[in-house]
Design a protein around this ligand. Structure first.
Ligand code: URP
Ligand code: ZN
Ligand code: ZN
Length: 459
């Protein structure tokens, strides 16, 4: 099948121009002015913007966590992502401590294979690094195209590794062509504060926030970049939220280190005041929402090039799951739903409000994730030879976000009633129209597992 998209305003991480795009089968074969010809399908994109399909490199689909499972499956989560202009996600596999990495891989493949609408990959979370799991690193990179290894400096007893494991893992992963990523918060201090608040009868969602003060994140971020310096590896911090943590990265760059930083849409737009609401559990996530001064730092950090990626950390739980912690904040499953709204929210609150440029929008939602995680130029750009993963976007259309209209499998919206300017209209994934004016056009299973390339220090 061939598709000719005519007269769209093409925005990439570096360019902004009007042209036509010709797609044959699953790739872009030509970009030029005034193309004619007999394509199977023609789309008039006059007045519309075309950008590369979004890549969300931080999602948790159907993930066992805190005594329950995140409520979006690979089917519902990747479909909701497509509705919002995200054509590919990277999901997290969690190793069970005491078991192998391949054991976890098989569990995740059992839930994802044949079930995705959008393209997907995995990061492997290493929760138990030992002589056996060390041997698996090279196999995952070489055979499976899984090149990134997530670590947790928190969630002790379930996911956390110690600093000795961290430096050994960093060295092993770097040697084999991958990269370590981190949830950087000080687990011991957080556990101590949680216990203190609980014993004092302080059990509301506000105490989730007060158990993870900024220092717990800045300390761990600093320790992590110091370990990366010691092992001489590039490294990636997931879901960075605050000024103190970004300052640690700023200092590391002064020492010429390569540290990639991801923040998430919620940390740019929402603040900790929400924890004082009766329904504060909706925003219980780790790290927690921060203060307006941190939002300012994050927007500036994007423009300064210190933050390269805006993801979601999509980890939805229905309200009855959140109620597991109605009498104790520490039992509220951590996470919030956003996979569908990242692109439209960032456009509306970022580009439309003049906080970031349209090129920066593409960079942080698509091009940088593709480059950092070994998929560029197949993904993350609009270029001849690249996968035809495209979003046709109406920048003028206004709409309201609501649980009544979203496609995520979760019964509330963290952005209920938000007015958004700009709407995803058509989504093309590898040359197929996947979403057309809110209607899905592909079948479950169309989404492919994308094997990623080994990573380069040069990105
Ligand atoms: O609250 C969150 N972020 N839940 C998902 C797990 C994680 O730490 O990323
Ligand atoms: Zn995390
Ligand atoms: Zn996460």
């Amino acid at each position: 099948m061939s598709i000719l998209i005519q007269n769209g305003r093409i925005i990439t991480a570096s360019d902004d121009y009007i042209a036509d795009i010709l797609i044959e089968e699953d790739i872009i074969v030509a970009i030029a002015d005034g193309m004619e010809g007999d394509a199977d399908h023609k789309i008039d994109a006059s007045g519309k913007i075309i950008f590369p399909g979004g890549i969300d490199p931080h999602v948790h689909l159907d993930m066992p966590f805190m005594g329950t499972y995140s409520s979006d499956s690979h089917e519902t989560g990747t479909l909701a992502a497509l509705h919002g202009g995200t054509t590919m996600v990277i999901d997290f596999i969690l190793q069970t401590q005491g078991k192998s990495l391949h054991h976890a891989l098989e569990q995740w493949q059992g839930r994802s294979d044949g079930n995705c609408y959008g393209d997907y990959s995995f990061h492997m979370a290493v929760t138990d690094f030992n002589a056996d799991t060390r041997k698996e690193i090279v196999q995952l990179i070489e055979n499976e195209g899984i090149t990134t290894f997530k670590t947790f400096m928190a969630y002790k007893g379930a996911l956390m590794i110690d600093d000795g494991q961290m430096v050994d893992l960093m060295a092993e992963v770097e040697d084999k062509g991958g990269m370590v990523t981190v949830h950087a918060t000080n687990g011991d201090m957080i556990d101590h504060l949680i216990a203190k608040h609980r014993s004092g009868g302080k059990l509301s969602p506000l105490y989730h926030y007060l158990s993870q003060p900024e220092i717990t994140e800045s300390e761990a971020s600093g320790r992590f970049v110091d370990m990366a310096r010691y092992t001489d590896v590039p490294a990636y911090i997931v879901h960075l939220t605050c000024e103190g943590a970004l300052d640690q990265v700023r200092n590391a760059t002064k020492r010429n280190q390569k540290v990639f930083v991801e923040t998430c849409i919620q940390y740019l737009l929402l603040d900790a005041g929400l924890y004082e609401q009766e329904d504060g559990a909706k925003w219980v996530m780790s790290p927690p929402l921060r203060q307006p001064k941190d939002q300012e730092t994050l927007w500036a950090g994007i423009n300064q090039g210190l933050i390269q990626v805006v993801a979601t950390d999509h980890c939805p739980f229905n309200w009855d799951q959140k109620l597991m912690g109605k009498d104790d904040f520490s039992k509220i499953p951590n996470g919030h739903p956003a996979i569908e709204h990242r692109m439209e929210l960032l456009w509306s609150e970022g580009v439309e409000k003049g906080r970031i440029s349209a090129n920066k929008f593409v960079e942080v939602t698509s091009t940088n994730p593709a480059k950092i995680f070994g998929m560029h130029p197949r993904k993350g750009c609009i270029a001849v030879g690249s996968d035809a993963d495209l979003v046709i976007f109406d920048p003028n259309r206004q709409h309201t976000l609501s649980a009544e209209s979203h496609h995520m499998r979760v019964d509330y919206s963290a952005y209920e009633g938000w007015e958004v300017t700009g709407k995803v209209e058509t989504v093309i994934l590898r040359g197929e129209i996947a979403i057309d004016n809110g209607e899905v056009q592909i079948n479950k299973g169309y989404g492919q597992f994308i094997k990623r390339d080994k990573l380069s220090k040069m990105v």
